[in-house]
Design a protein around this ligand. Sequence first.
Ligand code: NAP
Length: 365
Amino acid sequence: MLLPSLNPQCLPCLSFSHSISLPLPPSFFPNPSKSSHFPSFQINCIDAAQPFDYESHLKTRYIQSTSLKIAIVGFGNFGQFLSKTFLRHHHTLLAHSRTNYADLANQLGVFFYSDPNDLFEQHPDVVLLSTSILSTETLLRKLPFQRLRRNTLFVDVLSVKEFPRNLFLKYLPPDFDILCTHPMFGPESGKTSWTGLPFVYDKVRIGDEESRVKRCDKFLGIFEKEGCRMVEMSCMEHDKYAAGSQFVTHTMGRVLEKFGLESSPINTKGYETLLNLVENTKGDSFDLYYGLFMYNQNSLEQIERLDMAFESIKKDLFGRLHQVYRKQLFGDNGEVKRNTRLPQKLLGDASLIQTPLDNVRKDES
Ligand code: NAP
C-alpha cells in the first residue's frame, strides 16, 4: 500500500515506523539517460499495535494468562541470573535482598523492596528463595508470611534439597504450596543457553485445585521452554546423586584453582576441560560450596573417598619410585621381606587399594 509520508511526531501514539525507498524501474521514465538520479517512492508502514489489531489483543491476553508475579528473595548472583530469563518470559519480577539492589533491579526491570513486608503485600503468585544455603533458616524464621495470600507457591533453588524441603515443611503455613527445585547450572555454565541443562524438581506439596496445579506448571514451564532437561526426583535422591557429582566437581574446581592452573600455548583438550572447570566454579561463593558440604549428609563421605583415591594414586607412584631408589642404593640384595605388607585401605566402592610394593613385585615377576 502506498501512503503519503507520515510525520511520526504528529502521531504520538505510534511508536515505530519504517520506511523503504524503492527506485522506480528505468522503463518508467521516457529518457533515463538524461537523469543520473531516479526519483523514488517512499513506503511508510507502522509497526505499533492498533486498537483494532485483533492479533495483538490476543497476544496480550495470552501473555497475561500465562504470566506470574514472582518475588525473588535473595537477589544475589543467582537470583539476578534467573530474573533475566524470567523477564524474557513476560513474568512480573519483584525482589528483596539483604543488600540494597534497587538501582540494579531498576535497570533490569525488577521492582525492588528493601522491606519484605512491602514485598509480600504485593501478593506474588510465587515466592522464590535464592538465598545462601547457610542463611536460609535464619531468614525463613523472619519472613512475614501473614502478608502473603493464603495459597502462595513457595519455590527454592538451593543446591541441596532435603535441607530446604524440611525447613519449608517446618516453617511454612500448611496452606502454602511447596516446590523444591535445583537448576543444575549457573551464570557461567548457563551463560549462553539453558538447552539440555538439567533442572531437578520435587513437587513436595501442591494442592489439588486446578489453579494451583496450573501455577506450578507455569513456573516449571519457564525452564521447559528454555530447553532444560526436566528431571523429577525426590529431594533425597537428588542429594545422593549431587554429592557424587556436583560436590566432587566443585571440590576439584577449587583444588585446581588453589593449585594455580595457567593457560599455555600448548593446551590439550583435557587441560582445556580443567581450565573450564576452574572458570565454572570460581565465580561461586565459598558460602555456596560450604553449604554443599554442610547441608548434604553425603558430602563428607565423598570428600573422604576423594582423599583416599588421591592417597592411593600417590602411593602407586611413590611406591615404584621407592623401589627404584632401593635397588640403586642396595642392589638386588636389599630386597624387602616378601611377607611385609603395608596396611590396606578400603575405598567407598569396597575395593581395596593395592599397596604399591605389591604392584611393583607383580609387575617385575
Ligand atoms: P550464595 O552465596 O549461595 O547466596 C547469595 C545470596 O544469599 C544473596 O542473595 C545474599 O543476599 C543472600 N544471603 C547471604 N547471606 C545472607 C544472610 N545472612 N541473610 C540474608 N541473605 C543472605 O550465592 P548464589 O550463587 O547467589 O546462590 C544463591 C542460591 O542459589 C544458593 O542457595 C545456591 O545454592 C543456589 N544455586 C546457585 C547456583 C549458582 O551457580 N550460583 C546454581 C544453582 C543453585 P545479598 O546479596 O543481599 O547479600
